[in-house]
Design a protein. Structure first.
Length: 157
């Protein structure tokens, strides 16, 4: 009994058609795109997850820069005013770098001051060490949030 695959009628004689073995039978679908035996509700998709608040995103971004994971210039278009200079001064010392463990944002919160300003805080944990970070976000005329100020809690020791 021969176990060789059937050869297509065109193409080189030594070529085997691997597509036939790799395909699985498909169920027929009507032209409407709905699977047989299902109603129109079969095409429902789950709604996209809402984006986290801007202060949560910026807490992660600032942590990446202040832990040495990202360079300071990564925040160049996401800062305004004095904030970039503050990051330039703070980042070389990697104040939020963990000793052996990757730092994470433990808790983050913010308070809206009007429609275009958020003052936020985050606690950052790296192993046993917990540090505080405060920052201010401002909404630009282009409807993008930018960091306007950054402060870190002082270490006691």
């Amino acid at each position: 009994m021969s176990t060789t695959a059937t050869r297509p009628t065109s193409g080189p004689a030594d070529r085997r058609d691997r597509r036939a073995a790799a395909t699985r039978p498909r169920t027929a679908r009507p032209a409407s795109g709905v699977a047989p035996g299902r109603g129109a509700g079969a095409l429902r998709r789950t709604p996209p997850r809402p984006l986290p608040p801007p202060h949560h995103l910026f807490a992660e971004r600032l942590l990446a820069v202040l832990s040495g994971e990202r360079p300071v210039h990564w925040m160049l278009g996401q800062t305004v005013g004095e904030a970039y200079e503050q990051l330039v001064r703070l980042a070389p010392g990697t104040p939020l770098r963990g000793r052996g463990t990757r730092p994470t944002v433990r808790r983050c919160g913010g308070h809206k001051l009007g429609d275009s300003v958020v003052e936020a805080y985050a606690s950052v944990a790296a192993g046993e060490q917990v540090r505080a970070m405060a920052f201010r976000l401002e909404l630009g005329t282009d409807r993008r949030w930018r960091c306007a100020a950054v402060e870190l809690g002082t270490t006691h020791g």
